[in-house]
Design a binder for this molecule. Structure first.
Ligand code: ADP
Length: 707
């Protein structure tokens, strides 16, 4: 600077000296009358430019020189002074102009320094990139967060700074198109090739003619913000996911009832209404609902209430709470749940409880609830009657106080086992009432699931017991009598059979004697009646044996066709007499059975079929050998009188007879089928009958082939 000053000063001094010498030379040595002053403007001009208004001193000095030179030449005139004044004026003007210019430059420099300072000290990275993408400027902040020094990047392409190599050109295109770029998010790569999230603003640089010469780009490291945003987004996504996946309806409304958020459940039910006014879209109203809690919630209150919607007949549980966003704007968050089903169940439960209370109270048995197997907590009216205590006295009393000492341990053990589910439901014990009276009770003790309590139902069976004892006594007496009767009948049957033997014997002997026609006829009647009587007595004796369990099976291989043939042969005279046809379908099957009893079964059923079938009827005997079942199935069908439906279930009972002319004629006793039933049962089989009244009957029996 000083050097510069000296240089300027030297030149100025030289020009001033040159002008002075020229003036003296022209004026004194050459004795010219006219002094050429044009050259004076050179130092004035230089002084004006360099030293601004100080140029006036140069102008004054040169004016003096001019006057001094022109004075001896006697040319001093107004013109000389005028010229001198012009020197001063020119010097002043030039000085003034250059001073103004200097001021402007200074200001410009100041501004430039200021801008340089800003650029250098800016926390944002500032880079200037020319139109070819070459970096022309790179500030300190850019060095800091990109890791490249100014020297490393100036003059190089900006491509390498972007994660996407096309990004540099893209930014340039946008800036050219729009004249600038604001808060543009991009990812740059630092010197270590690590991605840095950046927010960039850029402006187009133009030269003085307005031609674009590059872009100035300001970038800010927003990695932290981006991470935070991602975190917030993630949290918001999670929150949204929770809200979306909730079964409850969730919505947010603003202070002025605008719907700001609806979750999926709500959108599915009411449609998408974000941005709409809640009372309009949810309640179809022109003003807010009278029950709405918006104002309350906006004051910061959290409310929970139930709302009965008359529109869809449902009840909702609403939880409403204030919600503030980052800016502090208050909204109302509502979570609501359809609790109609729960309400219905609660009501049902209440009804059921009431029903059970009434049943409990008015039950005809004494009921009480026992807590922890010890204390009676609840009792009904009947329990009051049974115990003789008032309800206040009962409730809180120990359960064992109602049990007679002799039964106490047994009942307590029973209760314990009952709780474990190891004892039968019922237990009998002696109950002690308030006046010490002992009552016999039957107790049903039922543990209540999920609670350490049980319910006891007590039935006073004192009277029942007394009657039962009476009945038992009567029964025992009757059994004794029945036994005596059976024994008597057994003896009687035997006694009745004894005189029959000589009657039948002598009758057959008389047959061989010479008798008149009438005598022969009477004898025949005597013999037939005696045999009939013998048959009846035998049957009664057989049943008496069955009853006294004195009967045993004598098992052997019984060839069924043989048994059937024997029975049919023995019965032939009767069939012939009644002109009946017997057909048999009997396979050659052998079973293990008591032959005599199997014969009796066939005999009774076939003789019944003959007996209850009119003349000319048909009897079919069918035996089926059932290999798979391991038994035989026998059917004896006739075309006889049949059995009325109401009698069918009873015909196998002892002495049961259907009153028909044929029964009366046959002199039956109603014992044949009961013997059949007992014999089939003894063999492990079963017998049954079907019949169509007036058309015929079918008797079936099944008998296992092996015993
Ligand atoms: P009963 O000795 O009187 O025949 P049963 O015990 O053999 O005694 O028969 C009982 C009753 O069953 C008979 O009185 C008769 O009315 C009826 N009954 C038995 N078999 C037949 C049949 N095949 N057809 C019609 N009724 C029958």
């Amino acid at each position: 600077m000083i050097k510069g000053l000296n240089y300027r000063f030297f030149i100025l001094l030289s020009t001033v000296l040159a002008c002075t010498i020229l003036a003296f030379f022209v004026g004194f040595i050459k004795n010219e009358t006219i002094v050429y002053t044009h050259s004076f403007y050179a130092p004035i001009l230089l002084a004006g430019v360099w030293y601004r208004k100080k140029a006036i001193y140069i102008a004054l000095f040169l004016s003096i020189i001019y006057i001094l030179v022109t004075y001896p030449l006697a040319h001093l005139s107004i013109d000389v002074f005028a010229r001198s004044a012009i020197f001063v004026a020119v010097a002043y003007v030039i000085g003034l102009v250059s001073e103004e210019r200097a001021k402007g430059e200074e200001k410009l420099k100041e501004t430039k320094d200021y801008l340089d300072n800003i650029i250098t000290s800016s926390v944002d990275a500032i880079a200037v990139v020319d139109m070819d993408g070459i970096v022309r400027s790179w500030n300190k902040a850019a060095e800091d967060y990109m890791g490249y020094t100014e020297a490393e990047v100036i003059g190089t392409s900006n491509k390498k700074f972007f994660a996407d190599p096309e990004e540099g050109e893209k930014i340039m295109r946008i800036v050219q198109r729009d004249g600038g770029l604001k808060n543009y998010r991009t990812t740059v790569l630092n010197k270590d090739k690590k991605p840095v999230h950046t927010s960039m603003s850029a402006a187009l640089l133009r030269d003085k003619n307005g031609v674009p010469i590059g872009t100035v780009r300001m970038s800010r490291d927003i990695t932290k913000e981006v991470e935070l945003e991602e975190k917030i987004k993630e949290e918001r996504d999670n929150l949204n996911l929770i809200l979306e996946s909730m079964d409850d309806g969730v919505y947010i409304v603003s202070k002025d009832y605008k719907v700001e958020f609806m979750n999926k459940v709500l959108i599915d039910t009411l449609g998408y209404h974000v941005g709409d006014i809640c009372y309009k879209v949810f309640h179809n109203r022109d003003d807010s609902c009278p029950l709405c809690k918006n104002a309350e919630v906006m004051k910061g209150k959290t409310v929970r209430w139930e709302w009965d919607s008359r529109r869809n007949n449902k009840t909702y549980d609403l939880f409403e709470t204030p919600l503030k966003d980052i800016k502090g704007t208050m909204s109302k968050l509502t979570i609501f749940r359809d609790i109609s089903e729960r309400k219905r169940m609660e009501n049902e439960l209440r009804d059921a409880e009431e029903r059970y209370r009434v049943i409990f109270e008015h039950a005809l048995t004494a009921l009480c609830v026992i807590e922890h197997g010890e204390v009676v907590s609840l009792a009904n009216k009947e329990f009051e009657t049974l115990s003789g205590y008032s309800r206040e006295e009962i409730e809180g009393k120990k359960w064992i106080d109602f049990i007679a000492d002799e039964d106490m341990d047994r009942v307590q053990n029973y209760c314990e086992e009952r709780r474990k589910g190891e004892a039968p439901a019922c237990c009998e014990f002696k109950f002690v009432s308030s006046n010490g009276e002992i009552k016999q009770v039957n107790a049903w003790i039922e543990p209540i699931p999920g609670a350490n309590r049980c319910i006891a139902s007590l039935l006073d069976i004192t009277e029942l017991k007394r009657k039962e004892d009476e009945l038992r006594e009567t029964c025992e007496k009757l059994t004794e009598l029945d036994k005596m009767k059976r024994e008597f009948l057994n003896v009687a049957y035997h006694e009745m059979r004894s005189p029959l033997a000589p009657i039948v014997g002598y009758a057959s002997m008389l047959e061989r004697c010479e008798l008149s026609g009438k005598g022969k006829k009477y004898l025949y009647i005597i013999e037939q009646s005696a045999r009939e009587l013998e048959k009846m007595i035998n049957r009664m004796l057989e049943l008496a044996r069955i009853d006294s369990k004195k009967i045993e099976l004598s098992l052997e291989g019984v060839y069924i066709p043989e048994v059937v043939a024997e029975v049919v042969k023995g019965i032939e005279p009767e069939t012939k007499e009644k002109k009946q046809v017997i057909s048999t379908v009997v396979p050659g099957v052998k079973i293990q059975a008591d032959k005599q009893k199997v014969g009796a079964i066939f005999y009774n059923l076939i003789s019944n079929a003959i007996k209850y079938t009119e003349e000319g009827g048909k009897i079919d005997i069918m035996v089926v050998d059932r290999e798979r079942e391991g038994d035989i199935r026998v059917c004896i069908a006739d075309t006889g009188i049949g059995i009325p439906e109401e009698h069918l279930p009873k015909i196998f009972e002892r002495f049961y007879m259907v009153d028909t002319s044929l029964t009366r004629k046959s002199g039956s006793l109603g014992l044949g089928l009961s013997i059949v039933k007992e014999y089939v049962k003894l063999h492990g089989g079963k017998v049954w009958a079907t019949s169509e009244f007036g058309k015929g009957s079918k008797f079936f029996f099944i008998m296992p082939k092996r015993q």
